[in-house]
Design a protein around this ligand. Structure first.
Ligand SMILES: NC(=O)c1ccc[n+]([C@@H]2O[C@H](COP(=O)([O-])OP(=O)(O)OC[C@H]3O[C@@H](n4cnc5c(N)ncnc54)[C@H](OP(=O)(O)O)[C@@H]3O)[C@@H](O)[C@H]2O)c1
Length: 288
């Protein structure tokens, strides 16, 4: 029995950490990446450029020259930018059309943009801020859905990949994050269901949902207070997203310990709550 269990354990870990990533595969790929001029998106842009992908980058601001210049220096054969505020209903269509015109089709649609979500306390909802919540849902959920339906015909032709950058809080709810967590949960179930639908219809388009933890960035550092060691390294998270999407895995967990946490979430609510408090320093964040 011991030998059998050890063998099964070894098999599980070998499969889990098997690395099928071929760094040549993103070369020449046509990528539309949203929220590309800061944070995780900027790192995704840099890695994709280094790997030789053609890029259409989006964000609201025009302060894109530096990222575009960096991507060119890093080796991207083509980099173009379009200013796009995803709060507007017409914008996703304009963005996808622009990308199709510039690149002649799409192999990857990477949705990463994030409209800032205020902490979701009870007091906050009592003040009747449903308008601000629906604005966040438009940016952080509905625009993701719109971009998907507009890009899906091209991705079906190219047998491409839909990538959703999400968060641990889209799998495990915690306090003071309701607007953010709500949008991320909606993404998880929407794209989980779409994945099944594409499977049933034999449509060869991959969906990769990326469950990331707090990244080593200024905004995240404020949130975790003294627990700086818990922060993941941003560039490594971006690389994990690229590896996962290039190898068509359905979920990327970065860091990997979040996979365990998500598996345990229904069974062990108390340790889960403790773990999340450590990750987010919830008391300090709430008091701030
Ligand atoms: N940072 C973390 O610790 C962390 C942890 C887990 C998951 N994630 C996930 O990683 C993704 C990126 O997060 P981040 O922290 O890197 O975000 P960030 O640094 O705040 O960057 C957000 C990006 O989205 C763009 N953006 C903001 N509002 C927009 C709007 N209305 N329309 C279009 N673009 C908009 C921003 O550019 P403009 O302001 O110029 O528009 C920027 O390029 C998100 O999906 C987030 O949930 C992040």
């Amino acid at each position: 029995m011991k030998v059998l269990l050890t063998g099964l354990g070894a098999l599980f870990f070998t499969c889990y950490w098997a690395d099928n990533f071929d760094p040549a595969s993103p070369q020449g790929a046509r990528v539309l990446l949203t929220g590309a001029i800061a944070g995780v998106g900027e790192e995704l842009a840099h890695h994709s450029a280094r790997l030789g992908s053609h890029l259409v980058l989006t964000a609201r601001t025009e302060a894109f020259l530096q990222v575009v210049g960096n991507c060119r220096k890093l080796g991207a054969p083509k980099v173009v930018f379009i200013a796009a505020d995803m709060a507007s209903r017409e914008v996703p269509e304009r963005v996808v059309q622009f990308a199709l015109d510039k690149l002649g089709g799409l192999d990857y649609l990477v949705r990463n943009h994030l409209g800032a979500a205020p902490a979701g306390t009870r007091a906050h909802s009592a003040q009747g801020t449903s308008g601000s919540c629906s604005h966040r849902l438009r940016v952080n959920f509905l625009s993701y859905v719109q971009l998907t339906s507009l890009a899906l015909p091209s991705l079906t032709d190219s047998q491409g990949s839909l990538v959703v950058v999400s968060s641990l809080l889209g799998r495990v709810p915690t306090s003071f994050s309701s607007p953010y967590s709500g949008a991320k949960f909606a993404l998880d179930s929407f794209f989980g269901s779409l994945q099944r639908e594409l499977d049933v219809q034999d449509v060869n388009v991959a969906i990769t949902i990326c469950v990331l933890g707090l990244q080593d960035r200024a905004s995240a550092k404020e949130g975790v207070g003294p627990h700086q060691a818990l922060l993941s390294q941003g560039p490594k998270a971006a690389l994990a997203v690229i590896r996962g999407s290039a190898t068509w895995v359905s979920h990327v967990f970065y860091p990997w310990r979040f996979h365990v946490l998500c598996l345990l979430r229904a069974w062990l609510p108390r340790p889960r709550a403790w773990f999340i408090r450590q990750e987010l320093n919830v008391t300090a964040t709430a008091a701030a």
